[in-house]
Ligand binder design. Structure first.
Ligand code: APR
Length: 236
């Protein structure tokens, strides 16, 4: 069955995506040859994006974070827009994403489970006051709260745990859908990557430019661009 036939045969679809869903919006992913982790910095990016580094080198963290992780001019692409349409039509139940760019919500998706948090939520570590991504982008050095505390982005850094309620809801969605579409992810970061193993429905679909460890377990594998691929879908 091709993707259109699978979707025509589906009642509850769940989408599980990664950085490859946002590359067509101009945001580089992490592990592709031109990805963030293959560019040269003073420290390895995966070290910079860790809790220890944030606590010990907060200014260096924010220099990298503002430069590389805040892409506030990026717009939703065809993948984000089609998924929002599929949800509105009652075909898609939820989007589960590892991305922190907020583009699914910007595209109109309502049920978005952000496993790794969002750049759009930032809180003072002392008083908990909320700040926007624009507040962070427009600040310099280490962003400080009006109370004097340090502001931290609500994104899951290495060494940090995922939000329990979000994980529980994502597992519930994956284990109760009849079609799971995995797209734009290398499936190399746990526990996110391990969650797709809860799928027990009819159609497991993978849309990814490069090969992944899950290819052989899927009913349909499309090695191509997720935006272009989803754009061809007709919602009946
Ligand atoms: N269409 C389809 N696939 C694409 C596209 C595209 N337009 N662009 C890139 N890809 C694929 C690449 O082939 C790659 O396999 O998306 C995948 C992106 O993989 P990663 O860069 O590893 O991103 P991701 O899987 O989301 O990383 C997971 O790692 O550093 C952490 O927290 C970070 O959430 C991130 C996690």
């Amino acid at each position: 069955m091709d993707l259109q036939e699978i979707l025509d045969d589906s009642h509850k679809v769940v989408f599980f995506g990664g950085a490859g869903v946002s590359t067509e919006s101009g945001i580089p992913d992490f592990r592709s040859v031109d990805g963030l982790y293959n560019q040269k910095y003073d420290y390895p990016p995966e070290e910079i994006l860790s809790h220890t580094f944030f606590m010990r080198h907060t200014k260096a963290f924010y220099d990298f974070y503002r430069d590389k992780m805040l892409c506030l001019t990026a717009k939703p692409n065809k993948a984000h827009l089609k998924l929002a349409e599929m949800e509105k039509a009652g075909l898609l139940s939820s989007v589960i994403t590892q991305n922190i760019d907020g583009l699914h919500t910007a595209a109109g998706s309502k049920k978005v489970l952000e496993l790794h948090g969002s750049v759009h939520r930032n809180y003072c570590m002392d008083c908990g006051k909320f700040y926007t991504a624009e507040d962070i982008l427009n600040s310099t050095g280490v962003p400080k709260c009006s109370c004097g505390g340090t502001i931290k982005p609500n994104v899951v850094l290495y060494e940090e745990g995922l939000d329990d309620a979000t994980v529980t809801e994502a597992v519930r969605e994956i284990s109760s859908c009849d079609t799971l579409i995995i797209a734009g992810t290398s499936l190399t970061v746990y526990p996110a990557a391990g969650m797709v193993r809860y799928f027990k429905g009819k159609h497991l679909v993978l849309i990814n430019r490069d090969e992944t460890s899950m290819d052989s377990a899927c009913d349909l594998v499309i090695h191509g661009k997720v935006g272009e691929t989803l754009d061809k879908i007709v919602i009946r």
